[in-house]
Write a protein that binds this ligand. Structure first.
Ligand SMILES: *[C@@H]1O[C@H](CO)[C@@H](O)[C@H](O)[C@H]1NC(C)=O
Length: 227
């Protein structure tokens, strides 16, 4: 199913429109198709076998992300309470933290991260990360860190290709998300209650880059919770 969407992903085209069926079904469809295409199954080999193999590939399992933040003297314990246990949401091109319980969300337009790993279709083809960007239509975008602002963002290939778009991976226990082989993520309090996610590329809480300024920064592990 959904071969056009699949070729779109593999060719690195834009936001990937999925069939208007349930999100999980269509994402499975895309994943299967990508793999089938990579294995040349489209050329007559058993596409069914490829689909079976995909179901077993843990990289294609869909997951949400939850912030697990450790106490840090610099940010204070009150900051920790504000971010720990929050989920990652997508809105306005960027990733933020918000309450897991929809009744307590600060953003009405946040879409909870729901994604999986997929080879990035450019350069050395590092492991990429995609997420749906809305419930309807269920469309996928690449997740990346902006090379200038270090903000975690989502966008199409054009938007992400000149930024840090991988390799994404997981920690040895498969629970924590990593970028460039470490869990270098921080939440920055941009205004009261608004915590944006950043890649702490210099491992200094965004200080030498000047991004943090006087604002509070908390180191967080982004934990994968399988859907
Ligand atoms: C890709 O995203 C950018 C915004 O980041 C947008 O301007 C552009 O039109 C998109 N490309 C396509 C082909 O949709």
């Amino acid at each position: 199913m959904d071969v056009i969407g699949i070729i779109g992903v593999a060719a690195g085209s834009v936001a990937i429109p999925l069939a208007a069926v349930s999100t999980s079904t269509s994402v499975v469809g895309i994943s299967q198709g990508v793999s089938a295409q990579q294995k040349g199954a489209g050329a007559g080999a058993g596409a069914g076998d490829a689909a079976e193999a995909d179901k077993a590939d843990p990289r294609l399992a869909k997951f949400n992300l939850i912030a697990q933040c450790s106490p840090q003297p610099s940010a204070g314990s009150s900051a920790l309470k504000l971010v720990n246990g929050k989920i990652v949401v997508l809105r306005k091109g960027r990733l933020f933290l918000d309450a897991a319980d929809p009744d307590y969300r600060i953003f009405s337009d946040g879409h909870p991260f729901s994604g999986f790993y997929l080879d990035y279709p450019a350069g050395k083809k590092p492991m990429g990360l995609v997420s749906t960007i809305s419930r309807d239509p269920p469309e996928l975008n690449w997740i990346y860190a902006d090379d200038d602002t270090l903000e975690l963002k989502y966008g199409n290939k054009t938007a992400s290709v000149n930024h840090i778009h991988g390799p994404w991976d997981w920690t040895p226990d498969q629970r924590g998300l990593t970028l460039e082989e470490w869990e270098g993520f921080v939440a920055l309090e941009e205004s009261p209650g608004v915590w944006g996610l950043y890649y702490d590329q210099d491992d200094d809480h965004l200080s030498t880059s000047g991004i943090a300024g006087n604002r509070r920064v908390v180191e967080c592990s982004l934990q994968r919770r399988l859907e």
